[in-house]
Design a protein around this ligand. Structure first.
Ligand code: NAD
Ligand code: ZN
Ligand code: ZN
Length: 353
């Protein structure tokens, strides 16, 4: 029997950039021919959602906008051309809501680079509503035994850091510095690194995040960026030969660490930029970059195969990251804490409250 779909639902809506978000009832949309309608049960809150609310990226948002792109739920309707998915399936709605599937990048499985992407919670309405539309080709397929609350942060943060670690080229036994380790992406990055056999130096600030990184997430060293007197030296000293980590994953929301990474990276090492602080620039000394033969690159979410792999790591019980559940109605409170850098791990919204 097909599930009953209401005509109205609760959502958090951005009417103008800068916010605040408005918790209100809006109509439930119908999926197009190649789309599905997912009854979102839980959605993670990513720092990207805060960038959208603040309008601080050089990419305009849809207005009014329903944010959110870490939504986990159940497929309740689908269009006639939506293949490979059935009503009742558990599914995730990711940042990449859809892509053209025909351009050079889509054909080479680099679909995040598609010039005509649909971005959940940015250029199309996202997961901070009870019923969300996504292209059938791009939804994440979730095994039914995976809990929908805990897997929600994997749908952006997990996929992104897993892809970033692959892009870093770090091998089992080598070291990665995770910069912004106490946040949503950073906490998952430590778990993926550990599952991949890569050793972790966590960089962030405060006792709560330090304890979480060292005692729960698997970091072997923690460097506090706010209290360290010489961060470059401290990071290098954390590796046994003092030559620094083989890779750096930058998931911080400030510009400064993007300028520092080239100084402590090991020769031949790779710096992977993932965080996107507003208006920030990369800067690296040319002399050291040359004589250390370092690589600096960007990494942007993941393709459908990366997504499936990241979810599979989670489904096999290899990934545990801290999250706190609050109601959808409390989203503004989450943003206020996020702005202050006060969140260790992730907040996940329960769509029923
Ligand atoms: N490239 C991608 O595909 C992609 C995907 C998702 C998110 N992002 C971006 O990644 C960033 C992080 O997202 P999040 O949800 O994890 O944010 P978050 O707010 O949960 O975590 C950010 C962390 O950075 C830390 N930090 C701030 N300044 C620092 C410094 N100088 N050194 C070290 N750590 C510092 C904060 O204390 C915080 O713990 C955002 O800019 C987001 O938009 C990028
Ligand atoms: Zn995200
Ligand atoms: Zn494309």
């Amino acid at each position: 029997m097909a599930p009953e779909i209401p005509t109205e639902q609760w959502a958090q809506v951005i009417e103008k950039t800068g916010g605040p978000v408005e918790y209100k009832k809006i109509p439930v949309q119908k999926p197009g021919p190649d789309e599905v309608l997912v009854n979102i049960k839980y959605s993670g809150v990513c720092h990207t959602d805060l960038h959208a609310l603040q309008g601080d990226w050089p990419l305009p948002i849809k207005l009014p906008l329903v944010g959110g792109h870490e939504g986990a739920g159940i497929v309740v309707a689908k269009g006639d051309l939506a293949t490979g998915v059935e009503i009742g399936d558990h599914a995730g709605v990711k940042w990449l809501n859809g892509s053209c599937l025909a351009c050079e990048f889509c054909q080479k499985s680099d679909e995040p680079l598609c010039p005509k992407p649909l971005l959940s919670g940015y250029t199309v309405d996202g997961t901070f509503q009870q019923y969300c539309i996504a292209k059938a080709a791009h939804i994440a397929h979730l095994p039914k035994e995976v809990p929908l609350d805990a897997v929600a942060p994997v749908l952006c943060a997990g996929i992104t850091v897993y892809k970033g670690l692959k892009e870093s080229g770090a091998k089992p036994g080598q070291w990665v510095a995770i910069v912004g380790a106490g946040g949503g992406l950073g906490s998952l990055a430590q778990q993926y690194a550990r599952a991949m056999g890569i050793r972790v130096i966590a960089i962030d600030s405060g006792d709560e995040k330090k304890k979480m990184c060292l005692e729960q997430q698997g970091a072997e060293h923690f460097v506090d960026f706010a209290t360290s007197k010489d961060l470059v030296k401290d990071v290098q000293a954390a590796t046994p030969d003092g030559l620094g980590p083989h890779a750096v994953l930058l998931v911080a929301v400030n510009e400064k660490p993007f300028q520092q990474a080239a100084e402590y990276i090991r020769p031949r090492g790779t710096v992977v930029c993932i965080g996107m602080p507003a208006g920030a620039f990369l800067k690296a000394p040319v002399f050291e970059s040359v004589v250390k033969m370092i690589t600096i690159k960007g990494s942007y979410v993941g393709n459908r195969q990366d997504s499936a792999e990241a979810i599979d790591f989670y489904a096999r019980g290899l990934i545990k990251a801290p999250f706190k559940i609050v109601g959808l109605s409390e989203l503004q409170m989450v943003y206020d804490k996020m702005k202050k850098g006060d969140i260790a791990g992730r907040y996940v919204l329960d769509m029923s409250k």
